[in-house]
Design a protein around this ligand. Structure first.
Ligand code: MN
Length: 219
């Protein structure tokens, strides 16, 4: 059973329910992969078995030769709902974290070419790296957050949530029209540009401004 924690160890861990992911949510990343912007958010899911926690070691899957990092703001749903209005959507979020939507790009590209689903390229073990979470009361509104990824000490990704094509309230409202959201759901909100392959021995540091950091090493 997968669970996530808050940065404050006094707060209870939360059992993870569904893991939703949004694709193509930053224009510069859409361009770097040669994709077109979507008319509605691109949605896919990962199994809870994909979760890897802050401080743990990423084991790259043997079936891929090109596993990309994608650094993303992750929402923790604290209150479930169906057909949630955008105006009240933020009241359903209990925490903000950072994650890596690890992607076997070679497998995903083949699936895209053949019109097949992305479950293998997106849902393998360790593909949902996740930080601890900041309680929403300690961070405020999500519209102007800045986050980054350093690999081996070098800045590789820089994200600003103001550049999201679909805002956090819109994502929550949209998903809840299709899926009943549950307390404990995670929502990966899409990656900015700069995605690239991981290599054995890489050391990754994710930062959300100066309030949250997470580290992962690649075996
Ligand atoms: Mn992604």
């Amino acid at each position: 059973m997968a669970a996530v924690e808050f940065i404050d160890p006094q707060l209870p861990a939360v059992t993870v329910q569904n893991i939703f992911c949004i694709g193509r949510n930053y224009a510069a990343h859409i361009a770097e992969l040669g994709n077109r912007p979507a008319a509605a958010p691109v949605v896919f899911l990962k199994p809870t078995s994909a979760i890897l926690h802050d401080g743990q070691t990423i084991e790259l899957p043997a079936f891929s030769t090109e596993v990309h990092f994608e650094t993303e703001l992750v929402l923790l749903i604290g209150k479930g709902g169906k057909n949630i209005e955008e105006a009240s959507a933020l009241s359903h979020v209990s925490g903000y974290g950072l994650g890596l939507d690890l992607t076997a790009r070679d497998i995903q590209n083949k699936a895209k070419q053949e019109g097949l689903p992305w479950a293998v390229g997106k849902g393998f073990d360790h593909s949902a790296c996740i930080s601890k979470f900041i309680p929403v009361e300690q961070l405020g509104a999500p519209e102007t957050l800045v986050f980054s990824l350093n690999v081996n000490g070098e800045r590789r990704q820089h994200g600003e949530t103001k550049n999201m094509l679909y805002t956090v309230p819109h994502i929550i409202a949209y998903l809840s029209q299709i899926f009943t959201l549950q307390a404990g759901d995670l929502i990966y909100t899409g990656t900015p540009e700069g995605v690239a392959a991981l290599h054995s021995g890489d050391h990754l540091v994710l930062s959300l401004q100066d309030v949250l950091h997470a580290e992962f090493s690649v075996a």
